[in-house]
Ligand binder design. Structure first.
Ligand code: NAP
Length: 389
């Protein structure tokens, strides 16, 4: 009964639009293929509508690759009817991540056919389910199983197998940002070195979404973190924030090259693991500070600079240089239901226990998407833009 009321109140906000189908997407993007559409007009309002003959929704669409400020527009698109194995969802919230920006720019490793809906992550509310859907019911929350969903839209019809349910007793912003960054942090802290309480991990871009999750998950496991951030006018405030999350030490990039770093290693063991989301000189400095036999995992390249490995680190310290991509991990474990489910469950327990919070977020309405995209591309903000539908 509650669910019916919820659906009815959501539908009250609806509006109708009309589209016809075209285009096809590669197999890497089954979700967007399910929503093949021809966009027929700009929206003056946000939301979606359902009716006996037409279902429509607002979506942030790009037709060509390029500067997100130029190529992304708010448009309307038709929703197909649900079939027996699909679900109709209302997208509730979806973040703007660097990979979303890179996809729009055309520089990411996987790219959907165009036109495409932006966004790879987010949380959605199930409104209706097909007759053969077993794992989901109206009222459930779901997140994408894989990249490429196109989450920057008010509603979607998705295959049951393309989403995974999430408990709806966690905060909305935690749910909307759980599937990528905390999962990346969790895997990198679990899969590369046997970290014990008291060990240390060093990371750059420590104020990023990934970095904030690394700090909290590591703290929950009793692992110390050495958190490297770029200098800025509000460094003290940022340092306090990262320490409040459980960060053991917060240092500036410049400090990595200074003698005072030796003082730090008198009170903290040299790191077994380095997490590199930046590349360039920053990555080289992380490597130099690893303990003998330690591992550096590169997961991002925010500086757009290549990683240079000092010869001495390879010869005399025998460091291991690895990479990690959560999309690849999810695809590798696609058939192992327990792998992803178990990790999400553990992260949700941490959220409920107050040990894992969402990154600092700025909530932005779908119609204000220009503001969200612009802010997401600014340096030194330390705030994740989240579109609220
Ligand atoms: N491999 C994977 O599976 C995986 C998963 C998730 C994310 N990622 C990648 O991880 C990175 C961080 O993602 P996120 O969502 O956590 O990011 P985010 O929350 O948007 O934060 C961006 C971070 O990058 C830093 N940054 C931006 N430009 C920089 C530059 N030129 N030099 C050094 N640092 C710079 C920012 O520092 P300032 O505050 O100093 O600007 C901030 O710490 C991205 O590259 C993303 O694609 C990879």
């Amino acid at each position: 009964m509650k669910v019916k009321l919820l659906i009815r109140s959501l539908l009250k906000k609806a509006w109708v639009c009309g589209l016809t189908t075209h285009t096809s997407l590669p197999t890497a993007f089954p979700y967007q293929r399910a929503l093949q559409c021809r966009i027929v007009g700009e929206l003056s309002a946000r939301g979606y509508s359902t009716g006996s003959s037409a279902k429509g929704c607002a979506a942030l669409v790009y037709r060509t690759h390029g500067d997100p400020a130029q190529v992304v527009q708010l448009e309307s698109m038709n929703l197909p009817s649900i079939d027996e194995k699909s679900v109709l969802v209302k997208i509730l919230a979806a973040p703007v991540n660097p990979s979303d920006i890179n996809m729009i720019q055309g520089t990411y490793a996987i790219l959907p056919d165009l036109p495409a809906v932006g966004g790879n992550e987010g949380v959605a509310l199930v409104l209706e389910v097909g007759s053969q859907v077993k794992s989901l019911k109206p009222g459930d929350w779901v997140i994408p199983r894989d990249a490429g969903l196109g989450t920057w839209r008010a509603a979607a019809v998705l295959a049951e197998k393309d989403v995974i349910s999430l408990p709806n007793d966690i905060p909305l912003l935690s749910a909307a940002t759980l599937g990528v960054n905390p999962c990346t942090a969790y895997r990198m802290l679990s899969d590369f070195e046997d970290l014990k309480p008291g060990d240390s991990v060093i990371q750059n871009a420590a104020n990023s979404g990934v970095g904030q999750a690394v700090i909290q998950i590591a703290a929950a496991r009793g692992i110390q973190t050495i958190n490297v951030v770029r200098d800025r006018p509000d460094l003290t405030q940022l340092t306090d924030r990262l320490k409040a999350l459980g960060g053991s030490h917060v240092i500036k990039e410049e400090t990595l090259r200074r003698p005072e770093l030796k003082e730090l290693f008198k009170i903290c063991p040299r790191p077994k693991l380095a997490l590199n989301g930046v590349g360039g000189k920053s990555a080289t400095e992380l490597l130099r500070n690893l303990q003998v036999g330690g591992t550096m995992v590169t997961y991002g390249g925010m500086s757009k600079q290549p990683v240079t490995v000092p010869v001495s680190a390879l010869i005399f310290k025998n460091v291991k240089v690895r990479g990690f991509w959560v999309t690849q991990w999810k695809r590798q474990y696609a058939k192992d239901e327990e792998a992803l489910h178990g990790m999400l469950e553990e992260l949700c327990v941490m959220i409920r226990q107050g040990k894992l919070s969402a990154p600092a977020c700025s909530e932005v309405g779908l119609t204000d998407f220009h503001k969200a995209l612009d802010s997401a591309m600014q340096p030194f903000t330390s705030v994740k833009q989240v579109l609220i539908m």
